[in-house]
Ligand binder design. Structure first.
Ligand code: HEC
Ligand code: HEC
Ligand code: HEC
Ligand code: HEC
Ligand code: HEC
Length: 491
């Protein structure tokens, strides 16, 4: 077999000879480690343990293959360097050493490759796993990237505080993690280069402050929210009790009690109610950046026909803007990081007695302090309690003497509200991020349900009837009887 013999003589032996150098050996180890990890991943996928994690997938699909190729490239590079060096020194042997396991140097080389491979394998796999888990955590998104601070602060006190940012923002699947990485890298560059931006503002893009809503490339809710919430399972009504405190000395409390028609089914099992009627078949056109102006809406009916509603201001023509199919996020746009209004936040804190409603004037005074302008969170943290303290000390000495602990707690409560909703450093203030649920503080449902969106023949109008959405059992009453009838404790 002359061909095989020649091949061994001219290729295999020289390759092994020149390959016995640190660079090539390291290359071999990297390639082996990356390769084995990837093969392990493939085997896991084949037996049904597919990984639904965008960052792990980045590692498995992008980083490991890159390492694999890097390792492969290092092997010939090392060989060429060694060959050049030996040639310079004139020590290239006339005949290359035989492949011989009894050869000590050769055995030694194999040992090194083996050990390096095992060590690298451990390092690469553990590091990949830990890195990915960390990148997946809310801490990573919220803390390491300070521009996310407002969302992170609000998120920590939300019902979703144990849901990772990536569950809503990235979802699962191949395309989305690449897109998320591209966006993330761009943001990272922008944030990192920010100090330089003052010098050459035109050359370096800076991230916007505040980060704007809506997020135009957010995944559709069916790939995120619906991984955890099933829209067909929301049925029945929901009781809502809201407390409001007035600006008088006694902080007079009133309550509203309403029953929201959230879901339900008709006799044909069609979904009804707020959840049932919107999902999947209502498209709209918004003409402003925040999706507040909605002059055109189209509903696809069960028989496939379409009903089109237009605002009275719209004269026949199709408006220009963003066209979208309604999903969860069109109402729950602040699902995990609600920025409350100052009024709502204060009412809530007083109903929970975090801020004691027995402190005279605390509602009026508190609201003023919350709405004042502060140049930084630190300034607010210092000035709000100090001003509240001074108010009672100078104007209500008797209260000041009797209720110093409550005054201190109220000051802390106000600071807490402020630091979860207002972020002067990111230019996020009251009202920066409107909430589309409801219609009291922001247009919300009334973006469409304002009684001004009708079909061309004016026969149908998107309902503005209070009872379509809720039974208003009580509006702003003192100690409503219905609450005691229902056995709900008066606060
Ligand atoms: C339950 C789902 C959910 C979770 C969890 C979540 N978000 Fe969001 N986030 C949203 C939605 C929905 C929007 C889009 C709002 C819109 O388009 O109007 C959004 C918008 C944002 C925005 C754009 C600016 C803004 O405030 O609207 C940022 C920044 C953001 N999220 C960061 C985060 C960070 C950081 C975390 C984790 C600490 C997080 N989000 C967790 C659902 C979520
Ligand atoms: C990873 C799972 C998960 C995902 C994804 C998720 N949620 Fe939730 N959500 C939860 C859990 C768990 C709760 C209940 C928390 C509790 O009761 O304390 C919840 C509660 C809620 C609530 C009621 C509490 C509130 O804040 O008013 C709403 C509304 C809600 N989710 C909407 C959404 C929307 C909209 C999305 C998508 C943008 C979403 N969720 C994505 C797990 C999830
Ligand atoms: C048309 C607006 C609208 C859409 C679209 C919508 N919701 Fe809601 N949802 C509401 C309202 C209003 C409430 C009640 C708000 C409250 O409790 O203050 C609510 C309540 C909820 C709750 C809390 C239920 C409870 O019993 O407390 C969850 C969870 C929820 N929605 C999830 C979703 C998910 C997931 C989607 C998308 C599949 C969705 N919603 C789509 C308006 C909407
Ligand atoms: C993008 C526009 C849009 C928004 C925003 C919107 N809706 Fe609707 N809603 C519609 C359309 C369209 C219909 C179907 C009207 C019809 O054909 O009868 C509808 C129907 C309803 C119905 C059934 C009315 C009936 O007469 O049977 C309820 C209840 C409802 N919406 C509640 C809400 C609530 C609550 C919100 C806010 C959380 C909201 N909607 C936000 C477009 C919208
Ligand atoms: C398209 C649906 C819809 C229509 C029409 C509607 N509402 Fe509401 N309303 C809501 C929703 C949703 C909430 C609950 C918001 C929340 O979860 O905070 C609400 C809350 C309220 C509240 C308590 C909110 C608060 O913050 O104090 C009052 C009061 C109220 N509505 C009055 C009315 C009156 C009066 C009308 C008729 C002119 C009306 N609504 C029409 C959807 C509607």
């Amino acid at each position: 077999m002359p061909i095989l013999g020649r091949f061994r003589e001219h290729w295999v032996r020289p390759a092994l000879f020149f390959g016995n150098n640190p660079i090539s050996l390291a290359g071999g180890a990297i390639t082996t480690a990356a390769g084995v990890t990837m093969i392990g991943h493939w085997v896991l996928e084949i037996v049904g343990h597919s990984i639904d994690n965008p960052y792990l997938n980045i590692i498995f699909f992008l980083i490991l293959p890159a390492l694999f190729i890097l390792g492969l490239a290092l092997i010939p590079i090392g060989m060429i360097i060694r060959r050049r060096r030996l040639r310079r020194e004139g020590t290239i042997p006339a005949e290359y050493p035989k492949i011989d396991l009894n050869d000590r140097i050769f055995r030694h080389g194999i040992d090194i490759v083996l050990i390096a491979t095992i060590v690298n394998l451990l390092v690469v796999s553990v590091a990949s796993y830990r890195g990915a888990s960390y990148m997946d955590s809310a801490e990573f998104c919220g803390k390491s990237c300070h521009v996310m601070h407002p969302e992170y602060a609000a998120y920590q006190v939300s019902a979703h505080s144990h849901v990772d940012c990536v569950a809503c923002h990235i979802g699962s699947g191949a395309g989305s993690y690449v897109q998320a990485k591209v966006n993330g890298t761009k943001q990272l560059i922008e944030v990192t280069l920010r100090p330089v931006a003052g010098v050459a503002p035109k050359l370096i893009p800076t991230y916007p402050q505040p980060i704007p809503s809506p997020v135009h490339n957010l995944r559709p809710a069916r790939d995120t929210c619906e991984n955890c919430h099933t829209p067909t399972r929301f049925y029945g009504d929901k009781l809502l009790v809201k407390s409001t405190f007035a600006d008088d000395e006694k902080n007079s409390q009133t309550q509203s009690v309403l029953v929201l028609h959230l879901g339900g089914r008709d006799s044909l099992s069609n979904l009804l109610g707020i959840h049932g009627v919107h999902l999947g078949h209502i498209e709209y056109m918004s003409t402003d950046a925040t999706r507040t102006e909605i002059p055109w809406i189209e509903r696809t009916n069960p028989d496939g026909s379409k009903t089109t509603y237009a605002a009275s201001s719209l004269k026949g023509e199709m408006p220009k803007g963003e066209r979208r199919t309604m999903d969860c996020v069109d109402c729950h746009n602040r699902a995990a990081h609600t920025m409350q209004t100052a009024e709502d936040a204060l009412n809530r804190a007083m109903a929970d007695r975090v801020i004691n409603p027995d402190l005279p004037w605390v509602h009026k005074e508190g609201l003023e302090l919350l709405k004042a302008t502060y140049s930084s969170s630190e300034e607010a943290q210092q000035k709000i309690p100090a001003a509240l303290d001074a108010f009672y000390r100078t104007q209500h000495a008797d209260v000041y003497a009797a209720k110093s602990a409550e005054i201190k707690a109220a000051g802390d409560g106000l600071v807490n509200i402020f630091t979860h909703n207002v972020f002067p450093e990111m230019k996020v203030t009251w009202g920066t991020h409107p909430n589309h649920i409801g219609h009291m503080s922001y247009p919300g449902c009334f973006r469409c349900h304002d009684g001004d969106h009708s079909t061309k023949d004016s026969k149908q109008t998107i309902s503005n009837d209070c009872a379509a959405c809720h039974n208003l059992l009580v509006v702003d009453e003192k100690q409503p009887k219905v609450l005691s009838d229902l056995g709900i404790a008066q606060q």
